[in-house]
Write a protein that binds this ligand. Sequence first.
Ligand SMILES: [Ca+2]
Ligand SMILES: [Ca+2]
Length: 350
Amino acid sequence: MKIKNALLATAVAAVISPLSAFAQCDQYTSSLDEHVANDRAVAQSFFYTKMYKAKGSLETLGYIGSSVATLNTTDGGDNFQKGECPEETNHAPEIIEYTYTKTVKDYQLVVTGKATDVDGNLSSVGVGNAAFGWNCPGLYLEPNVFSFECVVDVPNLQVDVLNEWYLVAFDAEDKMSEHNEVFFTVIDPTVNHAPEIVSYEYNAVVTDGILTVTGSADDVDGNLDKVIVGNPATPGIECTPIIPTSFECSVDVSGMEKDVEHEWAIAALDTEGVISELKDVKFTVVAEDVNTCVRASNQSHADAGRAISYGTSFFAKGSFQYLGANGVVLTTLEETQENYWVVSDCEAPM
Ligand SMILES: [Ca+2]
Ligand SMILES: [Ca+2]
Protein backbone atom coordinates (compact mmCIF):
# COMPACT_ATOMS: atom_id res chain seq x y z
CA MET A 1 0.00 0.00 0.00
CA LYS A 2 2.78 2.42 0.86
CA ILE A 3 4.41 4.02 -2.13
CA LYS A 4 7.18 6.45 -1.59
CA ASN A 5 7.00 8.66 -4.60
CA ALA A 6 9.99 10.83 -5.32
CA LEU A 7 8.07 13.12 -7.66
CA LEU A 8 5.38 13.64 -5.12
CA ALA A 9 7.98 14.27 -2.48
CA THR A 10 9.09 17.29 -4.46
CA ALA A 11 5.54 18.44 -4.93
CA VAL A 12 4.55 18.04 -1.30
CA ALA A 13 7.67 19.90 -0.32
CA ALA A 14 6.02 22.84 -2.08
CA VAL A 15 3.49 22.89 0.74
CA ILE A 16 6.00 25.05 2.58
CA SER A 17 6.24 27.64 -0.23
CA PRO A 18 3.10 27.02 -2.22
CA LEU A 19 3.15 30.07 -4.46
CA SER A 20 6.37 29.06 -6.10
CA ALA A 21 4.65 25.90 -7.23
CA PHE A 22 2.35 27.77 -9.60
CA ALA A 23 2.77 29.93 -12.65
CA GLN A 24 0.69 32.91 -11.62
CA CYS A 25 -0.28 35.65 -14.04
CA ASP A 26 -0.43 39.30 -12.92
CA GLN A 27 -1.67 42.10 -15.15
CA TYR A 28 -1.24 45.87 -14.99
CA THR A 29 -2.99 48.64 -16.93
CA SER A 30 -1.43 52.10 -16.97
CA SER A 31 0.20 54.69 -19.21
CA LEU A 32 3.44 53.66 -20.93
CA ASP A 33 5.35 56.16 -18.80
CA GLU A 34 3.99 54.54 -15.65
CA HIS A 35 4.92 51.11 -16.94
CA VAL A 36 8.47 52.41 -17.38
CA ALA A 37 8.45 54.02 -13.93
CA ASN A 38 7.33 50.70 -12.40
CA ASP A 39 9.90 48.58 -14.20
CA ARG A 40 7.39 46.89 -16.49
CA ALA A 41 8.55 48.57 -19.71
CA VAL A 42 11.58 50.33 -21.14
CA ALA A 43 11.77 53.48 -23.23
CA GLN A 44 14.41 53.57 -25.91
CA SER A 45 15.35 56.88 -27.58
CA PHE A 46 15.55 57.06 -31.35
CA PHE A 47 16.46 60.40 -32.90
CA TYR A 48 14.09 62.80 -31.25
CA THR A 49 11.43 60.28 -30.25
CA LYS A 50 10.99 57.42 -27.79
CA MET A 51 9.97 53.85 -28.44
CA TYR A 52 8.30 51.98 -25.56
CA LYS A 53 8.89 48.26 -25.23
CA ALA A 54 7.72 45.64 -22.76
CA LYS A 55 10.38 44.61 -20.28
CA GLY A 56 12.05 41.29 -21.15
CA SER A 57 10.03 40.42 -24.23
CA LEU A 58 10.82 43.83 -25.79
CA GLU A 59 7.46 43.75 -27.51
CA THR A 60 6.78 47.19 -29.03
CA LEU A 61 4.14 49.10 -27.07
CA GLY A 62 4.09 52.45 -28.90
CA TYR A 63 5.63 55.91 -28.98
CA ILE A 64 3.42 58.06 -26.81
CA GLY A 65 4.14 57.92 -23.08
CA SER A 66 0.61 58.90 -22.09
CA SER A 67 -1.07 56.13 -24.09
CA VAL A 68 -2.52 53.30 -22.02
CA ALA A 69 -1.61 49.64 -22.34
CA THR A 70 -2.21 46.43 -20.39
CA LEU A 71 0.78 44.22 -19.68
CA ASN A 72 0.96 40.85 -17.99
CA THR A 73 3.68 38.75 -16.47
CA THR A 74 3.71 35.05 -15.64
CA ASP A 75 7.16 34.90 -14.09
CA GLY A 76 6.90 37.37 -11.27
CA GLY A 77 7.99 40.41 -13.30
CA ASP A 78 11.05 39.34 -15.29
CA ASN A 79 9.15 39.41 -18.58
CA PHE A 80 6.04 41.32 -19.63
CA GLN A 81 3.73 40.79 -22.58
CA LYS A 82 1.01 42.95 -24.05
CA GLY A 83 -2.53 42.02 -23.16
CA GLU A 84 -4.54 40.66 -20.27
CA CYS A 85 -3.84 37.44 -18.43
CA PRO A 86 -5.47 34.45 -20.07
CA GLU A 87 -8.57 33.30 -18.25
CA GLU A 88 -7.92 30.54 -15.80
CA THR A 89 -9.61 27.44 -17.09
CA ASN A 90 -8.10 24.76 -14.91
CA HIS A 91 -9.24 24.70 -11.29
CA ALA A 92 -7.43 23.37 -8.27
CA PRO A 93 -8.52 19.97 -7.04
CA GLU A 94 -10.09 19.68 -3.64
CA ILE A 95 -10.04 17.35 -0.65
CA ILE A 96 -13.75 16.94 0.09
CA GLU A 97 -13.37 15.21 3.45
CA TYR A 98 -10.77 13.29 5.38
CA THR A 99 -10.00 11.71 8.72
CA TYR A 100 -6.75 10.53 10.22
CA THR A 101 -5.21 9.06 13.33
CA LYS A 102 -4.33 12.01 15.54
CA THR A 103 -2.64 9.72 18.04
CA VAL A 104 -0.53 7.14 16.29
CA LYS A 105 0.22 4.26 18.61
CA ASP A 106 1.43 1.58 16.20
CA TYR A 107 3.82 3.75 14.16
CA GLN A 108 1.34 3.80 11.33
CA LEU A 109 -0.43 6.98 10.22
CA VAL A 110 -3.67 6.30 8.35
CA VAL A 111 -5.40 9.04 6.37
CA THR A 112 -8.63 8.31 4.52
CA GLY A 113 -10.91 10.61 2.61
CA LYS A 114 -12.32 11.79 -0.66
CA ALA A 115 -10.95 14.17 -3.27
CA THR A 116 -12.32 15.65 -6.46
CA ASP A 117 -11.55 18.13 -9.23
CA VAL A 118 -14.28 20.02 -11.06
CA ASP A 119 -12.30 19.70 -14.30
CA GLY A 120 -12.15 15.94 -13.91
CA ASN A 121 -8.35 15.94 -14.06
CA LEU A 122 -7.41 14.86 -10.53
CA SER A 123 -4.13 13.00 -10.70
CA SER A 124 -3.04 12.15 -7.17
CA VAL A 125 -3.45 12.69 -3.46
CA GLY A 126 -0.45 12.89 -1.19
CA VAL A 127 0.34 13.29 2.49
CA GLY A 128 3.63 14.40 3.92
CA ASN A 129 5.84 17.15 5.19
CA ALA A 130 8.56 19.30 3.71
CA ALA A 131 10.95 16.39 3.35
CA PHE A 132 8.79 13.45 2.31
CA GLY A 133 5.53 12.76 0.59
CA TRP A 134 3.53 9.60 0.28
CA ASN A 135 1.05 8.81 -2.40
CA CYS A 136 -2.46 7.90 -1.30
CA PRO A 137 -3.85 5.10 -3.42
CA GLY A 138 -7.56 4.82 -3.98
CA LEU A 139 -10.49 4.20 -6.23
CA TYR A 140 -13.25 6.13 -7.94
CA LEU A 141 -16.25 4.86 -6.00
CA GLU A 142 -18.40 7.65 -7.49
CA PRO A 143 -17.87 9.55 -10.72
CA ASN A 144 -15.16 12.16 -10.15
CA VAL A 145 -14.92 11.35 -6.42
CA PHE A 146 -11.68 9.64 -5.54
CA SER A 147 -11.74 7.66 -2.28
CA PHE A 148 -8.23 7.32 -0.94
CA GLU A 149 -6.38 5.70 1.90
CA CYS A 150 -2.79 6.47 2.84
CA VAL A 151 -1.02 4.14 5.23
CA VAL A 152 2.32 5.62 6.17
CA ASP A 153 4.81 3.84 8.40
CA VAL A 154 6.37 6.39 10.73
CA PRO A 155 8.79 4.35 12.89
CA ASN A 156 11.44 7.05 12.84
CA LEU A 157 9.38 9.92 14.15
CA GLN A 158 10.08 11.18 17.63
CA VAL A 159 7.42 10.14 20.13
CA ASP A 160 5.18 12.61 21.95
CA VAL A 161 5.90 15.44 19.50
CA LEU A 162 3.25 17.08 17.33
CA ASN A 163 3.99 16.42 13.66
CA GLU A 164 2.56 19.04 11.31
CA TRP A 165 1.91 17.33 8.03
CA TYR A 166 -0.40 18.18 5.18
CA LEU A 167 -2.76 16.41 2.86
CA VAL A 168 -2.98 17.75 -0.68
CA ALA A 169 -4.41 16.75 -4.05
CA PHE A 170 -2.87 17.44 -7.46
CA ASP A 171 -4.40 17.57 -10.89
CA ALA A 172 -2.90 16.65 -14.23
CA GLU A 173 -1.60 20.22 -14.67
CA ASP A 174 0.16 20.07 -11.28
CA LYS A 175 -2.34 22.41 -9.73
CA MET A 176 -2.48 21.76 -6.01
CA SER A 177 -5.41 21.83 -3.60
CA GLU A 178 -5.39 23.74 -0.34
CA HIS A 179 -3.19 22.29 2.39
CA ASN A 180 -5.26 20.24 4.74
CA GLU A 181 -3.75 19.81 8.19
CA VAL A 182 -2.66 16.38 9.29
CA PHE A 183 -1.34 17.08 12.77
CA PHE A 184 -0.56 13.94 14.71
CA THR A 185 1.50 12.64 17.59
CA VAL A 186 3.26 9.31 17.70
CA ILE A 187 3.16 7.66 21.09
CA ASP A 188 5.43 4.98 22.46
CA PRO A 189 3.45 1.73 22.34
CA THR A 190 5.65 0.10 24.98
CA VAL A 191 4.64 2.62 27.64
CA ASN A 192 1.24 2.76 29.35
CA HIS A 193 -0.26 6.24 29.18
CA ALA A 194 -2.74 7.85 31.53
CA PRO A 195 -6.33 7.95 30.32
CA GLU A 196 -8.12 11.27 29.98
CA ILE A 197 -11.52 12.79 30.50
CA VAL A 198 -12.15 14.13 27.00
CA SER A 199 -15.30 16.07 27.80
CA TYR A 200 -17.86 16.22 30.58
CA GLU A 201 -20.76 18.23 31.88
CA TYR A 202 -22.89 18.22 35.00
CA ASN A 203 -25.62 20.09 36.84
CA ALA A 204 -23.75 22.52 39.07
CA VAL A 205 -26.95 23.42 40.85
CA VAL A 206 -28.64 20.25 42.04
CA THR A 207 -32.34 20.91 42.52
CA ASP A 208 -33.69 17.37 42.55
CA GLY A 209 -31.10 15.75 44.78
CA ILE A 210 -29.33 13.95 41.91
CA LEU A 211 -25.94 14.99 40.60
CA THR A 212 -25.57 13.82 37.01
CA VAL A 213 -22.21 13.86 35.27
CA THR A 214 -21.99 12.79 31.63
CA GLY A 215 -19.09 12.84 29.23
CA SER A 216 -16.51 10.82 27.43
CA ALA A 217 -13.15 9.41 28.40
CA ASP A 218 -10.38 7.86 26.39
CA ASP A 219 -7.08 6.09 26.72
CA VAL A 220 -4.58 6.06 23.88
CA ASP A 221 -3.53 2.55 24.84
CA GLY A 222 -7.10 1.34 24.58
CA ASN A 223 -7.14 0.15 28.19
CA LEU A 224 -9.67 2.54 29.70
CA ASP A 225 -11.23 0.84 32.70
CA LYS A 226 -13.59 3.16 34.53
CA VAL A 227 -14.60 6.69 35.38
CA ILE A 228 -14.98 7.71 39.01
CA VAL A 229 -16.78 10.70 40.46
CA GLY A 230 -16.78 11.84 44.06
CA ASN A 231 -14.90 13.59 46.78
CA PRO A 232 -11.26 12.91 45.87
CA ALA A 233 -10.57 12.04 49.51
CA THR A 234 -12.90 9.02 49.19
CA PRO A 235 -12.92 6.01 46.85
CA GLY A 236 -15.62 7.74 44.82
CA ILE A 237 -18.50 6.34 42.84
CA GLU A 238 -18.01 4.40 39.66
CA CYS A 239 -19.83 5.77 36.65
CA THR A 240 -21.60 3.44 34.26
CA PRO A 241 -21.67 2.51 31.52
CA ILE A 242 -18.63 3.07 29.36
CA ILE A 243 -19.78 2.10 25.89
CA PRO A 244 -17.14 2.38 24.60
CA THR A 245 -15.97 5.70 26.01
CA SER A 246 -19.03 7.64 27.09
CA PHE A 247 -20.16 7.56 30.68
CA GLU A 248 -22.93 8.76 32.91
CA CYS A 249 -22.87 9.06 36.67
CA SER A 250 -26.00 9.72 38.68
CA VAL A 251 -25.30 10.24 42.35
CA ASP A 252 -27.89 10.83 45.05
CA VAL A 253 -26.59 13.91 46.85
CA SER A 254 -29.88 14.86 48.47
CA GLY A 255 -28.45 14.19 51.90
CA MET A 256 -25.51 16.53 51.48
CA GLU A 257 -25.30 19.93 53.06
CA LYS A 258 -27.50 22.43 51.24
CA ASP A 259 -26.51 25.74 49.70
CA VAL A 260 -22.73 25.27 50.02
CA GLU A 261 -20.40 24.42 47.18
CA HIS A 262 -19.12 20.86 47.27
CA GLU A 263 -15.81 20.29 45.51
CA TRP A 264 -15.75 16.89 43.92
CA ALA A 265 -13.76 15.63 40.99
CA ILE A 266 -14.03 13.20 38.14
CA ALA A 267 -11.24 11.04 36.80
CA ALA A 268 -10.66 8.08 34.51
CA LEU A 269 -8.58 5.02 35.36
CA ASP A 270 -7.10 2.44 33.05
CA THR A 271 -6.77 -1.26 33.69
CA GLU A 272 -3.32 -0.72 35.18
CA GLY A 273 -4.69 1.74 37.69
CA VAL A 274 -3.15 4.80 36.07
CA ILE A 275 -5.37 7.77 36.75
CA SER A 276 -6.14 10.72 34.50
CA GLU A 277 -5.92 14.35 35.48
CA LEU A 278 -8.69 15.17 37.95
CA LYS A 279 -11.43 17.42 36.62
CA ASP A 280 -13.46 19.64 38.91
CA VAL A 281 -17.07 18.85 39.69
CA LYS A 282 -18.25 21.73 41.86
CA PHE A 283 -21.91 21.71 42.74
CA THR A 284 -24.40 23.09 45.19
CA VAL A 285 -27.40 21.19 46.46
CA VAL A 286 -30.41 23.42 46.94
CA ALA A 287 -33.40 22.45 49.03
CA GLU A 288 -36.16 20.98 46.94
CA ASP A 289 -38.86 23.47 46.19
CA VAL A 290 -41.99 21.93 47.62
CA ASN A 291 -45.17 23.76 46.79
CA THR A 292 -47.36 24.76 49.66
CA CYS A 293 -50.47 22.61 49.79
CA VAL A 294 -53.44 23.53 51.96
CA ARG A 295 -56.78 21.78 52.50
CA ALA A 296 -59.32 24.07 54.09
CA SER A 297 -62.78 25.52 53.68
CA ASN A 298 -63.28 28.04 50.91
CA GLN A 299 -63.95 30.73 53.48
CA SER A 300 -60.68 29.90 55.27
CA HIS A 301 -58.82 30.03 51.95
CA ALA A 302 -60.34 33.45 51.30
CA ASP A 303 -59.54 34.69 54.79
CA ALA A 304 -55.91 33.54 54.40
CA GLY A 305 -55.49 35.16 50.96
CA ARG A 306 -55.43 31.88 49.01
CA ALA A 307 -58.84 32.48 47.47
CA ILE A 308 -61.05 35.38 46.51
CA SER A 309 -64.79 35.60 46.98
CA TYR A 310 -67.19 37.42 44.70
CA GLY A 311 -70.60 37.49 46.23
CA THR A 312 -71.13 33.90 47.23
CA SER A 313 -68.63 32.44 44.73
CA PHE A 314 -65.07 31.49 45.63
CA PHE A 315 -62.09 31.47 43.25
CA ALA A 316 -58.49 30.39 43.72
CA LYS A 317 -56.19 33.40 43.89
CA GLY A 318 -54.09 33.82 40.76
CA SER A 319 -55.63 31.07 38.63
CA PHE A 320 -59.23 32.18 39.33
CA GLN A 321 -60.31 28.56 39.27
CA TYR A 322 -63.87 28.26 40.53
CA LEU A 323 -64.06 26.66 43.96
CA GLY A 324 -67.83 26.65 44.40
CA ALA A 325 -70.48 28.83 45.97
CA ASN A 326 -70.17 27.45 49.45
CA GLY A 327 -67.86 28.86 52.10
CA VAL A 328 -67.79 25.74 54.23
CA VAL A 329 -66.92 23.20 51.52
CA LEU A 330 -63.35 21.85 51.78
CA THR A 331 -60.99 22.31 48.84
CA THR A 332 -57.28 21.67 48.39
CA LEU A 333 -55.13 24.42 46.90
CA GLU A 334 -51.51 24.28 45.82
CA GLU A 335 -49.35 27.36 45.41
CA THR A 336 -47.49 26.59 42.18
CA GLN A 337 -45.97 30.07 41.98
CA GLU A 338 -45.92 32.89 44.43
CA ASN A 339 -49.52 34.04 44.99
CA TYR A 340 -50.75 31.65 42.31
CA TRP A 341 -52.99 28.93 43.69
CA VAL A 342 -54.57 26.06 41.78
CA VAL A 343 -57.00 23.32 42.69
CA SER A 344 -54.86 20.27 43.35
CA ASP A 345 -54.88 16.77 44.71
CA CYS A 346 -51.57 17.44 46.47
CA GLU A 347 -51.17 15.99 49.92
CA ALA A 348 -51.92 18.70 52.43
CA PRO A 349 -50.45 18.27 55.88
CA MET A 350 -53.16 17.26 58.39
CA1 LIG B 1 -8.17 20.83 -12.25
CA1 LIG C 1 -3.46 3.57 29.49
